[in-house]
Design a protein around this ligand. Structure first.
Ligand SMILES: [Cu+2]
Length: 188
């Protein structure tokens, strides 16, 4: 009968090797966890939306993301808040109008699955997870039009899901935006 290879009794080399490996793996794991904890605390990492929750199944029934609130509203200080719903397979509204050179806050909620959005040529890039509000603060320097595609695969119509961001001079901003009752967009 073949002997299973075990260290001869009294030979501790195998056991020492095992302990060495187990010890170094534990040390590496602890080091990596330490690096994650340190960098998170040092750089103040947090989810982009500060974990603001919302009931994704009832967005259309009222509240912040009801139809009348979707689009851009200008605050008295000239800054803009844009509210957008992401759903299979469109952004509502699908054309956002924002003032150039003013602080812009974009708030998105998903009505169904995970979506994502980015604005071409800027660092605006975030995911839109159902149940949470995604908030992005930015500023668009120059007037012009930019594409805003969905970048998270969200189903068979994903490739057709994109919006435009039209950056205009604050002076030529639709005047309705100053009326807080009505959000504006450039969607047809
Ligand atoms: Cu999508």
């Amino acid at each position: 009968m073949a002997e299973i290879s075990t260290p001869p009794s009294g030979d501790k080399r195998g056991e020492v090797g095992e302990r060495l490996w187990a010890g170094s793996m534990t040390a590496i794991t602890l080091l990596l966890v330490g690096v994650v904890v340190y960098t998170s605390a040092h750089w103040g990492f947090h989810p982009p939306s500060q974990v603001e929750t919302i009931d994704s199944t009832s967005l259309h029934e009222g509240g912040e993301f009801s139809e009348a609130n979707l689009g851009t509203v200008i605050a008295p200080d000239g800054s803009a808040v844009v509210r957008v719903v992401a759903q299979q397979y469109a952004f509502v509204p699908d054309c956002l109008v924002v003032p150039a050179g003013k602080p812009v806050t974009i708030r998105l909620a998903s009505a169904d699955v995970v979506h994502g959005f980015l604005v071409q040529g800027t660092n605006v890039n975030a995911m839109v997870v159902p149940g949470y509000v995604t908030t992005v603060h930015t500023m668009f320097k120059d007037p012009g039009e930019r594409l805003m595609p969905c970048h998270e695969f969200c189903g068979v119509g994903h490739q057709a899901m994109w919006a435009r961001v039209r950056v205009v001079e604050p002076s030529s901003f639709p005047s309705d935006a100053n009326n807080k009752q009505k959000a504006v967009s450039c969607a047809p």
